[in-house]
Design a protein around this ligand. Structure first.
Ligand code: PLP
Length: 264
């Protein structure tokens, strides 16, 4: 028997049982991007491609035990933090990730595409305390306007967010007509133009992009390359044209995985 090692990434995120977003999407993304995936659940949601019917946060003690028990044995080389949900759980995540020697990518999830709040109103201040402690924050355009505290172009918002939190920021322009993302690391602004793909099935795009970035960081890529490769992955799995569910459906996370066990 020849034993092998593989880079490890961990997701701390909400559970979307329909599998398009949240932790399940993160784990599929890790697998498809060549890293071993671990995951801790912050909130159990009940949702499908049309609606979110409930959100049930884990207790802070349970979340802490999930994360710390996994990482005391298997060390992640990168961590993606997604939907956290409540103020207490953000405090728990802050404490837990501060013990890790790994880059942290934070997707500051506030609201679902179907319009359901995924973060308690009193938790935003706590989320803002987490941002300076992570390596990259990946707001979409409305989240970026909120975090910047004003309106403006995506590139201006990226610079404002860096000035406020001193954290590298990727402002995702996917909600605008031109899907261009901007990465600002305090010294240079990088532009990532995206293809506009005629596919309404984009549930979980933000979750997937941030976990693909974490996977690439776990493999040792630098931040700019990690973002570029993650965008290429998301473009590939949207372009695959999976069609499931009555609403904005999931992407085909396994589109680039073809082998002995995937056909038939
Ligand atoms: N559900 C969970 C658990 C999530 O983490 C997220 C997003 O980040 C969503 C739902 C929202 O996904 P979308 O806005 O792509 O529908």
């Amino acid at each position: 028997m020849k034993f092998t090692k593989r880079p490890v990434a961990m997701a701390v995120a909400g559970l979307d049982p329909s599998g398009g977003a949240g932790l399940i999407a993160d784990i599929k993304t890790f697998l498809a991007n060549g890293v071993y995936g671990m995951g801790a659940v912050t909130c159990v949601t009940a949702q499908n491609t049309v609606k979110v019917s409930s959100v049930n946060p884990a207790s802070p003690e349970v979340l802490e035990d999930e994360i710390m028990t996994a990482v005391e044995d298997i060390k992640p080389a990168a961590v993606k933090v997604g939907m956290i949900g409540t103020r207490e759980l953000i405090q728990t995540v802050r404490r837990c990730v501060s013990t890790l020697d790994a880059p942290i990518v934070l997707d500051p999830v506030m609201i679902s595409s179907s319009g359901t709040p995924l973060l308690d109103g009193d938790a935003i201040g706590e989320l803002e305390k987490l941002i300076p402690e992570v390596n990259l924050v990946t707001p979409n355009f409305p989240e970026a306007e909120y975090l910047a505290g004003e309106k403006g172009s995506p590139e201006h918002l990226a610079e404002l967010i860096w000035e406020r939190y001193h954290t590298s920021v990727l402002v995702k322009g996917g909600h605008l007509s031109a899907p261009v993302d901007y990465l600002y690391d305090g010294s240079s602004l990088k532009k990532y133009p995206g293809l506009h793909i005629e596919n309404p099935n984009t549930h979980g795009t933000g979750c997937t992009l941030s976990s693909a970035i974490a996977a690439n960081l776990a493999k040792g890529q630098d931040l700019a390359s990690s973002v570029r490769l993650a965008k290429e992955y998301v473009t590939t799995i949207i372009s695959a044209g999976l069609d499931l569910g009555a609403g904005s459906g999931p992407m085909d996370h396994g589109a680039a995985l073809r082998g002995d066990f995937t056909e038939g």
